[in-house]
Design a protein around this ligand. Sequence first.
Ligand code: GUN
Ligand code: FE
Length: 457
Amino acid sequence: KNATPVSGLPLGFHGTVIHSRSLDDLEILENCIVIVGIDGKIQALQADVESDQINSIVSENGYVPDVFPVKYLKRGGFLCPGFVDTHNHAPQWAQRGVGRGISLLDWLDKVTFAHEAKFQDPEYAKHMYASCVTGLLQQGITTASYYGSHHGQATCILADVCFEKGQRALVGKCNMNRNAPDWYRDPSVSDSLRETRELIHHVQKLDPESRLVKPILTPRFAICCEPELLDGLGAIAREHPDLPIQTHFNEAKQEIEFTHQLFPEFDTEADLYQRYGLLNDRSILAHCIFLQEGEMRRIQELGCGISHCPISNTTMQDFMVAPVREYLRRGIKVGLGTDSGGGYSSSILDAMKQAFIVSNAQQMLTQGRDPALSLCEGFFLATLGGAQVCGLDDRVGNFAVGKEFDALEVHTNLGQAGVMSPVEDEDTLQVIFEKFLMTGDDRNIVKVYVSGRSVKL
Ligand code: GUN
Ligand code: FE
């Protein structure tokens, strides 16, 4: 528990830096110097700096050049912001890859609940969550929004693990007290709410200033929550005006129909969650495949964020395409989610590639009305867009001076140690970057920093 969230040392880099300034503004800075202060924040960022100017910039920033460590990135190497996974089920880490081609509700019943039930055992939780957080950091996920299991104790352990390993995280105890087996659900509304409050207190004690870890309200979805439970969560949301909220939203036809049977008084899921006080600018809505016109308008007006999870959307029974271009056109916040383990991959690079593919399908299905995502848009969703969805864009998502240094150091020339499309002499930086996004993997991500602390094993 004595982990420090920051490195405690200043850091410097010189070389190529790539980040998004907005959805369609990708900035590639060459010969850029980056100075990270001992607080883990970006103190200076300046492009077009020749080697002989570095010392004077270092001393302008209050450091002694002779002892200040500057890392020089060679051609083919660059820094980019860490990836943000806006939707991840930590207790499904050992379940990835199992159970394709079945409906969502069958997948929950036949595969998922039995698996998540194992997190009753705190020793199992410690071991599996350590593996999960380490694995996500290895793949460059510097921020994750996690659903835990329904167990309060295991979810406190997940928060501890994120804090100790240095991952920025939103951590939620999954609320679910019905439509799940007796051996895997909250026994009552009051137990569910009590454990939620205990998690909130635990995380506030662990990280009082929310430097890294924050609690998040996590009703699994309305199917698993009685109205009194949703009411109670809405009350907690009102008591804590900075607490984020996440749920699954309009994910599958079968799910929407069942929700409507359970709550016939509401026309749409937006009506339902809004009525329970769970829809606002802190809400992260996963999937959002089938939104009605009024729901899109409401979500835009309320400032809710959407977690786009293209891998799980296309590997369950149906091939479902979320109309992301429509959401972006309306100015709704969108980020990427791996939805690991509903998604077989826990890599945001994979989620981005699948986002490109489904956006091509959507372009075709709409006869060109919804143009496919560009490379720079996909990268935005993986970084700054995700930070916006998690309510963390004032702190992370790109390299604006003053933000936390959550970054990936990418090497694209690994020789035989990787399988990325080889970089050739004539390749521009744009091409090198495209090759990394489309064919690179965690081997190319040689270092991962969160608040300046090196966190990849
Ligand atoms: N809806 C309710 N629970 C889940 C889950 O664990 N994964 C996905 N993809 N959808 C859900
Ligand atoms: Fe999910």
